[in-house]
Design a protein around this ligand. Structure first.
Ligand code: HEC
Length: 228
């Protein structure tokens, strides 16, 4: 019985691992270890995204003022320091690049990143951002282990050069975390409500138990007995 259980378990693990690998072109993915409740990380990620990614990538399903509200960034701070492509805080996050230019420069348009974290997962994004390597045969001199022949240049190379490995990993973890938040902004609310609901159920459990005790306190040995 035990061996059957073990065989089933290892077969399931093998299937899971092969899914993980096939989604990333044969590369095992690193764990992103992001934490959507870490507000400071999300704020840093938003900053990195606006500075280093929004020139090419849009997040069309998200508005600046929603980010400001969810991540506790003041709207003035948002308007002055994080909005490079739009005038109004109510605007969605579109990229500053036209489709025509993008096709000319990259042979493709940089995809909208609204739902990428849900489609590919945070581990994929994190590993992708850490997997650029020099390859002179490519237009921008780099290739990517996770997305073979990616048209995206290694936009964070300067940062990778200047920072310690730990600090750089944190930077890409933050931007991955931000993309995770963006792909499902209600996650923050969902988690908060989940905790409250569990708290409510716990209190209800205590009350129900006390009520049950009250109802049954006069019943002994299965027979109704009037209190003496
Ligand atoms: C100079 C333009 C440019 C910049 C800046 C840029 N990217 Fe990209 N990115 C691209 C292009 C082009 C692709 C499409 C690659 C392909 O399919 O070959 C891409 C693809 C991606 C993908 C894969 C999406 C998918 O579903 O396949 C992710 C994730 C991504 N970029 C994240 C980022 C992040 C995060 C930043 C900022 C740190 C960033 N990019 C900055 C041009 C850019």
């Amino acid at each position: 019985m035990k061996t059957l259980f073990n065989t089933t378990l290892s077969a399931m693990a093998a299937i899971l691992i092969s899914f993980n690998v096939s989604a990333s072109g044969g590369v095992a993915l690193d764990a992103a270890n992001t934490d959507i409740t870490d507000e400071a990380s999300l704020q840093r990620g938003a900053k990195t995204f606006m500075n280093s990614c929004s020139g090419c990538h849009s997040i069309e399903l998200m508005r600046y003022n929603r980010i400001a509200k969810d991540l506790n960034i003041s709207e003035t701070d948002m308007a002055n320091n994080l909005m490079f492509n739009a005038e109004k805080t109510g605007s969605t996050i579109f990229s500053s690049m036209s489709e025509k230019d993008a096709n000319k420069w990259f042979g493709t348009t940089p995809p909208d990143l609204s739902l990428t974290a849900r489609a590919k997962g945070t581990d994929w994004i994190y590993t992708y951002l850490n997997s650029f390597y020099a390859d002179d045969s490519r237009l921008y001199g780099v290739n990517n282990h996770v997305l073979e022949n990616a048209a995206m240049p290694d936009v964070l190379w300067q940062s990778k050069q200047d920072k310690s490995e730990k600090a750089f990993n944190q930077e890409i973890r933050d931007v991955t975390n931000f993309l995770d938040y963006v792909s499902e902004p209600v996650k923050l609310i969902r988690y908060a409500i989940g905790v409250k609901v569990l708290g409510f159920l716990f209190i209800l459990l205590i009350l129900s138990y006390l009520l049950k005790k009250e109802y049954w306190k006069d019943v002994k040995y299965g027979k109704w007995r009037v209190k003496d």
